[in-house]
Design a protein around this ligand. Structure first.
Ligand SMILES: Cc1cc2nc3c(=O)[nH]c(=O)nc-3n(C[C@H](O)[C@H](O)[C@H](O)COP(=O)(O)OP(=O)(O)OC[C@H]3O[C@@H](n4cnc5c(N)ncnc54)[C@H](O)[C@@H]3O)c2cc1C
Length: 389
């Protein structure tokens, strides 16, 4: 594993040490391979992570958390990704989809009810943004919510709703006013994943196999008004929540996954190239391989700097829409370059399930797509930097 010069708080460095030991001991390659084949994640280890207090890193102290420590939470994702997505994924479902969103956007009732449980790791959220006909163009969601007396009624369909089959709540983007301009017609509602009228169907996919992502149908799902994220006064104000500070952190969280997995790929190829001997010397002594490794490691370092620079800005509450978009764009795309280079270094063995490379490549190929594609980040940046459209 690489030692890199970091300027980070001591408690983050200590957290990394703890998590590296944890991952090395508890998530060995055979277990990772078994989870990947079964499309599942380890509940027992999740419980141990909760006992370490990790889920409180996105929850204010007054609600039982450790305070909003974005740099530490991003470092947790990075370190857990040494085991692939199997621990980092569920961490994100609780600490980011749940803790961060509710801390940022929830009503006072939602905060006092949900945040203490999220800080203890007791609740898992799924993110219901994408739909069968809606990917990047999120303001066009068709899942429809209407208020009838003291209830909210939801009808529609979400796609790629990862974790909907085991999460407690779906944090769901809905159209709440079909007659209003798109961005004034959005709301978020918290839908208990097993409420009457909710059905989930798993989707088979090649990447992020800590679970099967899901199609979800809402058929006259009836919720109390308290299910509106932020409370009834936030009805039709979902765009602000979608495009606000929570989005900056969402971009960081997926960037951290891409970075962590790229790092794992890099470390595996680095070690392999020193052990594999061809033509009388380690393949790392052949120039073609040395250059691939050095280029990949240099790119990885650039990713690290972008990720933690953006994370520090978010942590400090400073504007960071451009920095988080640049991080998502650069790390997503560079992660693919690192994956393909490291795959070449390991030759045939990169295609075998005896190593992690095969899975890491699958996961990295998806990174420029999920959580706001690279093209969408370019669009965001062009708009932020006021290029004409
Ligand atoms: C394993 C997995 C898990 C996922 N988990 C979740 C989840 O939990 N919750 C959730 O809501 N979603 C989830 N997603 C969905 C994911 O976030 C979307 O795939 C992503 O937002 C892109 O949407 P799309 O694939 O429908 O692409 P589209 O939006 O259809 O785009 C297709 C292509 O066209 C390009 N494109 C589209 N519009 C433009 C434009 N205006 N300018 C330039 N290029 C453009 C895109 O960049 C892309 O290359 C998951 C996806 C996968 C594969």
């Amino acid at each position: 594993m690489f030692d890199v010069a970091r300027s980070e708080p001591e408690h983050v460095t200590e957290l990394r040490r703890q998590l590296r030991r944890f991952v090395a001991e508890k998530a060995p390659r055979e277990r990772r391979r078994a989870w990947d084949r079964a499309h599942t994640w380890p509940r027992d280890l999740y419980g141990e992570l909760a006992a370490m207090g990790l889920f409180g890193l996105t929850v204010p102290e007054e609600y039982g958390g450790q305070g909003r420590d974005i740099v530490a939470a991003v470092a947790v994702i990075e370190e857990l990704c040494r085991a692939g997505p199997f621990l980092a994924g569920p961490f994100i479902h609780c600490a980011f989809y749940g803790g961060l969103n509710i801390a940022e956007n929830g009503s006072s009732g939602q905060k006092s009810e949900l945040l203490p449980r999220l800080a203890r790791g007791e609740l898992l959220f799924a993110y219901g943004l994408s739909e069968p006909d809606v990917g990047g163009d999120l303001s066009s969601v068709r899942t429809r919510a209407r208020i009838e007396g003291d209830a909210v009624i939801v009808n529609g369909a979400k796609r790629w709703c990862t974790g909907a089959d085991w999460a407690d709540y779906i944090y769901c983007l809905v159209n709440s006013d079909p007659n209003a301009p798109k961005r004034q017609a959005l709301s978020f509602v918290l839908i208990p994943a097993r409420a009457p009228g909710v059905t989930t169907t798993p989707i088979e996919h090649a990447n992020l196999r800590y679970t099967a992502s899901c199609d979800v149908h809402f058929d006259d799902v009836r919720l109390p008004l308290g299910a509106i994220v932020g409370g009834p006064r936030k009805w039709n104000r979902g765009w602000e929540m979608l495009a606000g500070r929570a989005l900056d952190v969402e971009k960081l969280e997926i960037s951290a996954v891409a970075f962590g997995i790229a790092q794992a790929a890099m470390e595996e190829a680095w070690t392999y190239a020193q052990e594999r001997v061809q033509f009388g010397k380690p393949i790392a002594a052949h120039q073609a391989i040395r250059h691939k490794l050095v280029t990949a490691r240099t790119r990885l370092e650039a990713c690290r700097l972008m990720l933690y620079h953006a994370a520090q800005l978010a942590h400090d509450g400073k504007p960071c829409a451009a920095e988080t978009s640049m991080a998502k764009l650069f790390i997503g795309d560079t992660g693919v370059e690192i994956a393909l280079a490291c795959q070449q270094v390991m030759g045939a063995y990169a295609l075998s399930d005896a190593y992690d490379m095969e899975r890491n490549v699958r996961d990295l190929l998806g990174m420029p797509i999920v959580g706001g594609s690279s093209d969408m980040q370019k669009n965001n940046l062009a708009a932020l930097w006021r290029l004409p459209s």
